[in-house]
Design a protein around this ligand. Sequence first.
Ligand SMILES: Cc1ncc(COP(=O)(O)O)c(C=O)c1O
Length: 472
Amino acid sequence: MHSENALFSKLTSIMQAYNAEKTHGSVVNYRNYSALKTELAAMQLDEGTQSWDSIWKSVETYLHYSVKTAHPQYFNQLWAGQSNAALVGSVIEVLANTSMYTYEVAPVATLIENEVLSRFRSVFGFNDGEAQITTGGSNSNYVALLLALHKKFPLLKNEGLHGLPRVSVFVSEEAHYSMDKAMVMSGIGLNSLVKVPVDETGAMRTGELERLIQLSKDEGCIPVSIIGTAGTTVRGAFDDFQRISSTAQAHDCWFHIDGAWGGAVAFSKQEKRLLSGSNLADSLSWDAHKMLGVPLMCGVLFVRESGSFDRVCNLGDTSYIFHESAERQDLGPYSLQCGRRVDALKMWLEYIFYGNEGFENRIDNFIKLSKHAELRIHNEPTLELQTTRWINNICFRSIVGDGVDSNTFNKQVRQSLYESGESLVNIAYIQDDLTIRLIITNKDVTEQDIDTFFDNWLQTASKVAKELTQCV
Ligand SMILES: Cc1ncc(COP(=O)(O)O)c(C=O)c1O
């Protein structure tokens, strides 16, 4: 049996070893699903072993086959790498294991959450409103939809959907799929979600929005919410928030901004013009685990009107947990969750280490690196940018010769790069065209890493092209 000291020493040495390796070698030791399943099954780890050897063996295997998301060739998701300040917060949070619902069991955590959210409220222009930490952008978007529905139909709280008129909710066709889920979870259904076409840059066509709202009203629906996106998932596009706000006011509906990804430009004097008009929104989602590099999950929902969360979340007989106090001190009644992790700690430590200026430099650096990537694509005769670059999403592809299907070719190059462990980038679709979506969101990535990525891409593309010629 390990003493606890030996256990923590072992844990520290595993962390140090992983940390030393996480930016080197392959991004991933790739195995396909069935090969990895077989390999893990061969470990024959039984339950109830009470053996630390089996624990360390499992940890070693876990880390060996995990994708190194801090690797400078990892460009796959809207989050990458992590900062050590926030990492300390994550570890300490787990070590002291508590739940955010009451001041009683989470005293410092409660004060930290209030403080960090109050500072971020002023960055995002929600000074007079309220905010909560959520399990991420999907959850924030869902809560925002509930707030809109309950504001419009106060009877919903007691009567539910019975007797509700037909409603409609509007979102751009390139918005995140969490909106579709929110429609289903809220019970109003997918048919009430109107997807507004986008322009050639990926931003919502606001003229179409107005036409579609009128159409839905003519059909007897009541518009409840318009959701604009600040940084769409694939292209990073920003909708026109000034215009959406006037439309929302004209039709008396809620205006929510999904800024889970691009909301972070609020920290940058240079880029925050993209959020112009967001001060008119009723609510805004933002994920600190994306551009800010706080370990997953760390979402925030800002709301303009104080008391909004109360309307939806403060329910039921809670006398066993929330006890009377002179001040409003428990955060539990304002959240959809009961038990809730102390995500505020990692966010707070990141904030006190870097501050707004550090975050601003980070965002500006992502944009600088993205311009570098754009230039590289521009200068490579075999590559093309597929859409306007808004922020740090770069959508490109290899140009293919006659008779070669572009989607198949680009998908194959990306898959080869992934399996070789050289670079990991994602694919997505812009209408019917497959695009390679390069995301620059690791604070430690350099111009040289971007160049290495393109060198890897071009070499692999020429290998795949040769293989294809041999097959013909
Ligand atoms: C625009 C946008 N909204 C919402 C989400 C969902 O965020 P989460 O993964 O935190 O639920 C994403 C995720 O990529 C996103 O890009």
